[in-house]
Design a protein around this ligand. Structure first.
Ligand code: ADP
Ligand code: ADP
Ligand code: ZN
Length: 210
């Protein structure tokens, strides 16, 4: 399954719910890239400047990285690609590679989400430094401000969740990613849901589709 939608649509939140409740393997390109940056790997070094600016990391880096993940972990399990593919080029490459592995993408969910909502969500998003748990200061606040409910570590704001970079990321979505909607429509696998709803309501709709 592929989760498609603008930054802040709630893709990551739904992917975590699906992984916890239905045992999907969750592969988030953004999370994997951020982990590489944190560990200082070659991929991380190459990716960091693009991520900080809100631009896409070059296709070839991301494609190879995601294919490695799929080959290692997704052979015998249903998996969710969260934030990948994000360009038509990535989509073509992943289709061809999956075919060789006798796997395919049979469901693509497009989270149609209004601009006002994604702006509010991204500026209020906070993440746990240790376990990666996702919060929102208003919509999904932690019990204690600035502290993770699960592991008590510190919460932080992503460097790219600031107004200027959010604007850039939304432009990138409009310019480079949105055309994937038609690409997957053409393949007959696209389903659209409203990303504006509450997380449980979105999950409800997602479950019905699945
Ligand atoms: P994406 O992965 O699409 O960028 P996230 O899942 O990280 O989006 O969600 C962005 C922010 O909005 C997070 O702070 C999250 O806690 C919050 N959030 C996610 N889904 C919803 C929802 N349905 N309603 C309200 N807030 C949400
Ligand atoms: P969001 O869902 O909030 O946009 P992500 O965590 O998915 O954020 O992505 C963060 C950054 O990681 C992007 O702005 C981009 O630099 C990089 N990135 C994530 N996925 C891809 C991808 N498929 N192709 C290229 N770059 C990517
Ligand atoms: Zn934590």
């Amino acid at each position: 399954m592929v989760l498609l939608g603008p930054p802040g649509a709630g893709k990551g939140t739904q992917a975590v719910m699906l992984a916890e409740r239905l045992n999907y393997l969750h592969l988030s390109t953004g999370d994997i890239l951020r982990e590489n940056v944190k560990q200082g790997t070659e991929i991380g070094k190459k990716a960091k400047s693009y991520m900080d600016k809100g631009e896409l990391v070059p296709d070839d880096i991301v494609i190879e990285m995601m294919l490695d993940e799929i080959k290692t972990d997704a052979k015998d399990r249903d998996f969710i690609l969260d934030g990948f593919p994000r360009t038509i080029y990535q989509a073509g490459k992943i289709d061809a590679a999956l075919e060789k592995l006798k796997l395919d993408i049979d469901l693509v969910i497009y989270f149609k989400t209004s601009l006002k909502i994604v702006l509010f969500r991204l500026t209020g998003r906070r993440l746990c430094r240790e376990c990666g748990e996702n919060y929102h200061i208003v919509n999904m606040p932690p019990k204690k401000e600035g502290v993770c409910d699960k592991c008590k570590s510190e919460l932080y704001r992503r460097k790219d969740d600031v107004e200027e970079t959010i604007k850039k990321r939304l432009e990138v979505f409009e310019g480079q990613t949105k055309e994937l909607i038609d690409y997957y429509k053409g393949k007959g696998v696209l389903k659209e849901i409203s990303g504006d709803l509450d997380a449980e309501e979105v999950y409800e709709k997602l479950s019905v589709i699945i």
